[in-house]
Design a protein around this ligand. Structure first.
Ligand code: 5AD
Length: 347
């Protein structure tokens, strides 16, 4: 085991068979891996944690992913779409709180047009030239991604969900394919975005072999950010009776991703915080270095329910930043106001 970890540290890659062996580490070995991940993160980014203000701009979605609470077939979901003015008001509030990255995330909402998104991005960049803007609005053509980039968007999040196409087909309806998802990710990278991909941990039908394939895909894409969180069932989806993923496995994978991609921006996700009250702390102590508090208007927060019991208030809320700062200080980390670019993007 430890020679495999040494190989990972020296070459930043393992074969599929080697990943499968690493996944079977015992508790003592996992603890060593966790410590090494922390050392690497500290060496690259210091004992700091970056914050992103998350604005959930729309929960309309034309897609029908089997796991997701805002899938189009979920008629129980109460739908909303923020206006440009509402989004700008979120940024104003966020800027005062100390946020220097705004993440606009939403379902694939045809009525939130690409041109309106571009206008919103350029207005945010005009008002806050010192801030980074991240988009997370799904699959678009290369032309549209280029327009987003020209409008000033700096980063783009698009989880690949699983790197195995048979597994992808078990999580999504036939009109969505892994091939298309990967193509989008490579376009985004090529255009010049800082790109985030990621997968759910413990999603239905996931095997260790599929997770090993996820690691190989991360190695290939070399994303700037990787968002991983446990799968959590949603009561109004086809996966309502499926078992949730595990917080422990998610945290272990965070460490392994840090070892493979030393410079990566790695968030402690909301899904992890939902399953485990101490999830954010445990994630940071396993190599994560980003938290993304919710800046959406209070009136819509309950509606962006991707999975059951998704937290949106308490320490998940941007307004509780002071408390989050305190919690990070308790474990020896400091929340900073910096934009928090990937190391390769710092001029
Ligand atoms: N459990 C956990 N994560 C989910 N997501 C969507 N539905 C769920 C769920 N039930 C994640 C997906 C998506 C991101 C925005 O939220 O990975 O890419």
């Amino acid at each position: 085991m430890m020679n495999l970890i040494e190989k990972l540290e020296n070459t930043r890659r393992l074969t599929k068979e080697e990943w499968l062996k690493v996944f079977r580490a015992d508790e003592a070995q996992k603890e060593i891996i966790r410590q090494k991940a922390c050392e690497i993160r500290d060496a690259v980014y210091g004992k700091t944690v970056f914050i992103r203000g998350l604005i959930e701009i729309s929960n309309y979605c034309k897609n029908d992913c089997y796991y997701c609470g805002i899938r189009r077939s979920n008629t129980c979901a109460s739908r909303y779409r923020l206006t440009k003015e509402e989004i700008l008001a979120c940024c104003r509030e966020g800027y005062e709180l100390g946020f220097r990255t705004f993440v606009m995330q939403g379902g694939e909402d045809g009525a939130f047009s690409d041109s309106l998104l571009c206008e919103t991005v350029s207005e945010i960049k005009k008002n806050y030239p010192d801030c980074a803007v991240t988009l997370s609005v799904g699959e678009k053509s290369r032309k549209v991604y280029e327009a987003f980039y020209r409008a000033g968007a700096d980063r783009y999040l698009l989880r690949h969900e699983t790197a195995n196409s048979a597994h992808y087909a078990l999580l999504h309806p036939p009109e969505l394919t892994l091939e298309k998802r990967k193509e989008c990710l490579f376009h985004l990278k090529d255009i010049g975005f800082q790109v985030g991909c990621g997968m759910m941990i413990g999603s239905p039908y996931q095997t260790e072999e599929y997770l090993a394939e996820d690691m190989l895909f991360l190695q290939e894409l070399q994303p700037h950010m990787v968002g991983i969180g446990p799968f959590i069932s949603h009561k109004d989806t086809p996966f309502q009776a499926e078992e949730n993923g595990s917080a422990e496995q998610t945290i272990f994978l965070l460490s392994l991703i840090r070892l493979m991609l030393p410079n990566v921006l790695l968030p402690a996700t909301t899904a992890l915080g939902t399953l485990d009250e101490m999830g954010r702390e445990k994630a940071v102590l396993a190599g994560a270095n980003v938290v993304m508090p919710n800046l959406s208007p209070l009136s819509v927060r309950e509606k962006y329910m991707l999975y059951d019991n998704k937290i949106s208030t308490g320490d998940e809320a941007a307004e509780s930043l002071a408390h989050l700062k305190q919690r990070m200080q308790t474990i020896g980390y400091e929340i900073v106001t910096a934009r928090g670019d990937h190391k390769s993007f710092i001029k």
